[in-house]
Design a protein around this ligand. Structure first.
Ligand code: ATP
Ligand code: TYD
Length: 243
């Protein structure tokens, strides 16, 4: 059981960190945020008590916030602390990354030092395909492969930059720098929705004063206790949350 939802024996899809189940409503899916944590395309893998709930809580919080800012999201409701009911989307196989500060793969691929503040937010897009190592893709390839048409591509980038504007300002007020993050989008009845998650797994967050990592980099690079870092973020963004 996950709240009012009885988990079917088999998920429709078991990802690296979430399991997706069908629902009685054919337009909805049930997403369970698991305690699994992976890095480096699954090479590093562990489980941490409470991790699923912490990420689900953050994701719910941000999806609700973005809805009020006019961004359509897949969020419908929570059915348990680690379980989200979402609109079923036809997912677009792209990882849309917005970067405010150079870090991670950007500093490995290009001659830019970690921590360099970019002149303006930059959108980079990876083709979501684990077997091919999620290669970076460009506008021409997205169009020629018919992943999106030109209007949809413009819309996706606009939405990603709007999400950045909203989240960046919010985090700043919480004493956190939003370095970069990844979004996934999907379609339903011709409309593009923000799907997947917005959590400490999918963002790079630095304490504004100390510069310490408060996200999955704590796990990736053994920088300390990742659950303590995730709780720290939740306490700052939702002061009355039970974490
Ligand atoms: P990665 O970790 O690289 O994002 P994954 O597939 O292992 O990939 P999970 O988060 O574990 O990721 O799995 C969740 C899956 O559910 C993803 O494939 C995601 O694209 C998909 N998904 C998210 N939201 C929706 C939705 N509203 N409708 C349909 N599928 C969705
Ligand atoms: P990026 O620097 O491209 O990759 P890495 O984290 O492997 O160095 O990541 C940019 C941001 O996007 C970062 O906040 C993590 C997030 N992200 C994901 O959540 N999933 C992914 O598969 C990728 C590539 C990035």
């Amino acid at each position: 059981m996950r709240g009012t939802f009885v988990i079917p024996a088999k998920p429709l899809y078991e990802g690296k960190a979430k399991s997706v189940y069908s629902s009685e409503n054919p337009d909805e899916l049930i997403v369970v945020f698991r305690n699994d944590m992976t890095a480096f395309n699954g090479v590093k893998h562990d489980q941490f008590t409470d991790k699923g709930r912490l990420n689900a809580t953050a994701s719910e919080f941000f999806m609700r916030m973005l809805e009020t800012e006019g961004i359509p999201t897949h969020f419908v409701r929570m059915s348990a602390p680690d379980t989200m009911v979402v609109r079923r989307l036809e997912m677009i196989p792209l990882e849309v990354i917005v970067r405010n500060i150079a870090a991670g793969s950007m500093t490995k691929k290009y001659p830019v030092d970690e921590g360099t503040v970019l002149d303006r937010p930059v959108v980079t897009i990876d083709y979501k395909d684990d077997e091919r190592g999620d290669p970076m893709i460009n506008d021409d390839l997205i169009l020629v492969f018919h992943i999106l048409n030109a209007e949809e591509l413009t819309k996706v980038k606009e939405m990603a930059l709007k999400v950045n504007k909203v989240l960046r300002g919010f985090f700043d007020e919480c004493g956190i720098t939003l370095v970069d993050f990844k979004l996934e989008f999907g379609k339903s009845a011709g409309t593009i929705y923000l799907g997947d998650e917005i959590s400490m797994d999918s963002m790079r967050l630095w304490d504004k004063v100390t510069g310490e990592s408060l996200d999955k980099d704590v796990y990736r690079f053994d920088k300390g206790d990742v659950i303590t870092a995730y709780r720290n973020v939740l306490k700052r963004i939702i002061p009355d949350a039970v974490v």
